[in-house]
Write a protein that binds this ligand. Structure first.
Ligand code: KMH
Ligand code: ZN
Length: 307
């Protein structure tokens, strides 16, 4: 069993739209507040996306992201993991811009291309607050979340250049082989940090059997690694709980799941952090502080970021 559990809170993402929940943080202030509350509840890492404060649309605007991460850093020492996934509609350049500009300790790094479909939510929205929302959801059926080998090489090299650690987002088994390829080429440094993202339409279904398969395949292909599990929607609680019993770390947050229990919207990512923390502690596990997580992940330290 893992000595200390790293809880990651994924605060807002680029999938859910404001009409799906009044609690989805979209302004800089809301995102900062939710991230700090998640830290206070026990999250050692917060995963951050930018949003346009006027209408909640996913944004890679570096000034918005800088304001968010600076605001969080001014209130706590949580590890900030900035997305390089952005939204499936963003270019490689847009998605990469946070690294040279902000030089964070940790970023997401998507380990392969995949369908990433979230269109069904459109049927559950009666009159959308903003005109971008329904097309955003429906167009996910026509888009590939592109992470080509050239793109991944560029991502990983850029991260290495700025001593920014990649958190590899793994949506399916083949992506582990992609990482083995880059590791064998000498691009990826140990400890390799894997975030198994399960239950996304286009990726691996969120079942305990599939989690065991991902873990076993990573063991075969990569040897030693640090790993965590995030799962979409109602799979979040069962799969993160399964991960706890397997020695894994966990990711929760409104980016992945808007609910705290079936039919009840979570009021913050912090609510999900508190719930999973209670389960962890009932299993006799301790929660890692941000600095303990820095030790486990070998990230460069909050004093070395560019914001
Ligand atoms: N928003 C999705 C396209 C990441 O942060 O790197 C995937 C995502 C992954 O959020
Ligand atoms: Zn994300």
């Amino acid at each position: 069993m893992n000595k200390k559990i790293i809880i990651t809170a994924a605060i807002t993402g680029a999938v859910h739209v404001p009409s799906m929940s009044p609690y989805l943080p979209v302004t800089q202030k809301e995102i900062i507040e939710d991230a700090v509350k998640a830290y206070e509840a026990g999250a050692a890492v917060v995963h951050i996306h930018g949003r346009d404060p006027k209408n909640g649309q996913p944004s890679s605007d570096i000034n918005i992201i800088r304001e968010i991460v600076t605001g969080i850093k001014s209130q706590c020492d949580v590890i900030i993991c900035i997305t390089t996934g952005g939204s499936i509609f963003m270019s490689v350049e847009e998605r990469l811009s946070c690294i040279p500009s902000l030089q964070p300790e940790l970023v997401s790094c998507n380990a392969g291309s995949t369908n990433f479909v979230f269109a069904a939510a459109a049927n559950r929205i009666k009159d959308a607050k903003y005109e971008w929302e329904i097309p955003h959801l429906l167009n996910s059926k026509d888009q590939i979340f592109s992470n080509t080998f050239s793109g991944m090489e560029k991502y990983i090299n850029t991260m290495n250049e700025y001593d920014t650690k990649p958190e590899f987002e793994v949506y399916d088994g083949g992506m582990i082989n992609n990482l083995a390829y880059f590791y064998n080429k000498g691009l990826i440094k140990k400890p390799i940090y894997l975030q198994f993202m399960m239950g996304i339409l286009g990726g691996i279904p969120a079942t305990v059997e599939n989690l065991a398969y991902l873990y076993r395949t990573a063991k075969e292909q990569l040897g030693e690694f640090v790993w965590s599990v995030g799962a979409a929607g109602k799979a979040q609680l069962p799969l993160t709980t399964a991960a706890l019993t397997m020695g894994g770390n966990i990711r929760v947050g409104l980016e992945d799941n808007l609910f705290i229990k079936p039919g009840v919207l979570a009021k913050s990512s912090a609510e999900q952090v508190m719930l999973t923390r209670e389960i962890s502690e009932k299993l006799g596990l301790e929660i890692a502080t941000p600095n303990e997580a820095r030790e486990i992940l070998k990230v460069k330290g909050i004093d070395k970021v560019g914001f």
